[in-house]
Design a protein around this ligand. Structure first.
Ligand SMILES: *Cc1c(COP(=O)(O)O)cnc(C)c1O
Length: 379
C-alpha cells in the first residue's frame, strides 16, 4: 500500500459493534475480565488502550516498522529510550540538537552517570573517535533544529552496526512522509507527534517505531512501568490529523521552497538554512534520503542584531510568534530565547544559533499572503 492510503486506513477497521468508520475514543481506564487474568488483550489503560493501539499500528505502517508505541509527549518517548541505558553507558548525539533533548540528556540523565558526547554529524567519520567500549547509543537528529544540518542516516547506521550501537533517529522535522530512517538502517525512529503528525497544534504526543521485537518489548515495558502514556482523546485527534499528512506535507514543502528562495534573494537577509539549496553542505544526502525538503527554514538578518530579529519576529501578522512547528498555521520563532534557551550561549554559537537567527515553520496558507507578511516584517 502507498503512503496516502496507509495514512488514511492503516490500523483502522470499522468498529465491530456499530460499523462506525472512525475509531472510537475508548475513554476507559480499565477493562472487565471474564475470569481473573482472562482479558481481550486489554487489562488497564496505562498499558494499552484500543484508540492508542490503532494509532500505534498506523504510525508503524507509515514508518515501515513492525512496532509503534505512543507516549504522552516527544520527550516522554525520548526518555523511554534513554531509560534502557545504565550508569556508565555512553551516548553520542548530534551537536545541533532539539533544546529539550539536550536539556534532558545533560540535566536529567548525566547526573545518573550516563555520559553524552555532542558531535557535529555533518561528516559521519567525525563520530568514530568518540566511540569506545561503553558507547551504547547513537542519537541522530536530521534535519537538525534549527540550522537544518543533514546527517547521512545510511552511513551512520553502518557505523552503529559495526560497533553494536542502538541507532535512534529523531524524525520529527521530516515526518514519515519525507523520510523513513528504519529503511536506511536505524533501529528506532522517534517522533514528536505534536508537530507534523498531529499537524493541527492541538495535541502534545510522542512516538517510537522499531522493527526489533527485543527493543519493542523493552520500550513497552518502560512505557507501562513509567507511565508516560497518551490519553484516548489525543490518540483520536492524531489519527484524524494523520489522514491528511501527505496532503499537508506537499503544501508545507511547496510553500517552504518558495519562501526559502524569497529570503535568499532579500537584500536584508544574510544566511538562509534550508536543505533544498544546491549549495547546502549536505544537499545531495538530503536529496537521496528525503522525498522533499520540508517546511522548516531558518535565517539570519544582515548585521546580526538581536533587536532587528526581535522586531521582525514581533511584527508578522500571518506568522504567529510561538514555539513548536508542523501545524497548518505558520509560526515564527527566535531559537536563542525560545526553543534553545536551555543551551548555553557558547554552545549555541558553535552550532550557528546566533542572536539574530529566526526560525520559520511554514504553514499551508496561501503563499502570496505568507511572502507579503515576511516582506512587511523584514521591512
Ligand atoms: C518538539 C520536539 C521534540 C519534543 O517533543 P514534545 O512533543 O514537545 O515533547 C523533540 N525533538 C524535536 C526535533 C522537536 O521538534
Amino acid at each position: 500500500m502507498k503512503f496516502g492510503t496507509k495514512a488514511i486506513h492503516a490500523g483502522q477497521e470499522p468498529d465491530p459493534s456499530t460499523g462506525a468508520i472512525m475509531t472510537p475514543i475508548y475513554q476507559t481506564s480499565t477493562y472487565v475480565q471474564e475470569s481473573p487474568g482472562q482479558t481481550k488483550g486489554y487489562s488497564y489503560a496505562r498499558g494499552k488502550n484500543p484508540t492508542r493501539s490503532a494509532l500505534e499500528k498506523n504510525l508503524a505502517a507509515l514508518e515501515n516498522a513492525k512496532h509503534g508505541l505512543c507516549f504522552s509527549s516527544g520527550m516522554g518517548a525520548s526518555d523511554a529510550v534513554i531509560k534502557m541505558l545504565k550508569p556508565g553507558d555512553e551516548v553520542i548525539a548530534s551537536r545541533d540538537l532539539y533544546g529539550g533533548s539536550y536539556r534532558m540528556f545533560t540535566k536529567i540523565y548525566a547526573p545518573f552517570g550516563i555520559k553524552f558526547h555532542f558531535v557535529d554529524m555533518h561528516s559521519v567519520n567525525d563520530l568514530k573517535p568518540h566511540i569506545n567500549s561503553n558507547t551504547k547509543l547513537l542519537w541522530v537528529e536530521t534535519p537538525t533544529n534549527p540550522t537544518m544540518q543533514i546527517t547521512d542516516i545510511k552511513a551512520c547506521s553502518a557505523i552503529a552496526k559495526e560497533h553494536k550501537l542502538i541507532m535512534v533517529v529523531d524524525n520529527t522535522f521530516a515526518s514519515p512522509y519525507l523520510q523513513n530512517p528504519l529503511d536506511l538502517g536505524a533501529d528506532i525512529v522517534m517522533h514528536s507527534v505534536t508537530k507534523y503528525l498531529g499537524g493541527h497544534s492541538d495535541v502534545v504526543m510522542g512516538a517510537l517505531c522499531t522493527n526489533s521485537d527485543d527493543l519493542y518489548e523493552k520500550l513497552a515495558f518502560i512505557l507501562n512501568s513509567s507511565g508516560a502514556n497518551p490519553g484516548p482523546m489525543d490518540s483520536f485527534l492524531v489519527l484524524r490529523g494523520i489522514k491528511t499528512l501527505h496532503v499537508r506535507m506537499d503544501r508545507h514543502c511547496a510553500n517552504g521552497k518558495k519562501i526559502a528562495h524569497f529570503l535568499r534573494e532579500h537584500p536584508k537577509v544574510d544566511k538562509v538554512y534550508w536543505p533544498g539549496f544546491e549549495d547546502h553542505p549536505n544537499h545531495l544526502i538530503a536529496k537521496s534520503q528525503m522525498k522533499d525538503f520540508g517546511g522548516m527554514i531558518s535565517f539570519t538578518l544582515k548585521g546580526d542584531s538581536k533587536e532587528d530579529a526581535f522586531r521582525m519576529a514581533s511584527s508578522t501578522k500571518v506568522f504567529s510568534l510561538a514555539e513548536s512547528l508542523g501545524g497548518v498555521e505558520s509560526l515564527i520563532g527566535h531559537p536563542a530565547t525560545m526553543t534553545h534557551a536551555a543551551i548555553p550561549a557558547e554552545e549555541r554559537a558553535k552550532t550557528g544559533v546566533t542572536d539574530s537567527l529566526i526560525r520559520l515553520s511554514v504553514g499551508i496558507e496561501d503563499i502570496e499572503d505568507l511572502i507579503e507578511d515576511l516582506k512587511q516584517a523584514i521591512g
